[in-house]
Design a protein around this ligand. Structure first.
Ligand SMILES: [Zn+2]
Ligand SMILES: [Zn+2]
Length: 118
């Protein structure tokens, strides 16, 4: 499997988004609330869930700090004082909110639900 690394992670305070540019040239802008809602830590996701689900944050957040974690992830320090989520690069790529990636996810979700029905 191809590995994608972010070559740029930039906060865009005017739009409340985070821009990520990937090593393959792919770029996308992630809403802060979207990222916060996808916080993969156990206290947000519960200990039993296998896949990370979106949990809408009760209030809008902004990242106060973004720290690299090793060479495989970043951690956000959110304005609601939450900072335990470690966002792996492959995970960030997986939840890419751009049109192209959302369409691809919808297609693969449709395919897997077809399999269940057959
Ligand atoms: Zn969390
Ligand atoms: Zn994308």
């Amino acid at each position: 499997m191809e590995e994608f690394l972010p070559t740029e992670i930039r906060r865009l305070p005017e739009s409340g988004r985070l821009r990520i540019v990937w090593s393959d040239g792919h770029r996308a802008e992630y809403d802060y609330d979207y990222l916060r809602g996808y916080c993969p830590c156990a206290s947000c996701q519960g200990h039993h869930s296998l896949s990370v689900e979106f949990k809408a944050p009760p209030a809008s957040v902004t990242p106060l700090a973004i720290e690299p974690v090793g060479n495989y992830a970043v951690a956000f320090q959110w304005s609601d004082a939450h900072a335990t989520g470690i966002y792996r690069f492959d995970f960030l790529r997986q939840i890419c909110p751009c049109q192209e990636c959302s369409d691809a996810r919808r297609e693969s979700a449709a395919e897997s639900s077809n399999e269940e029905n057959s």
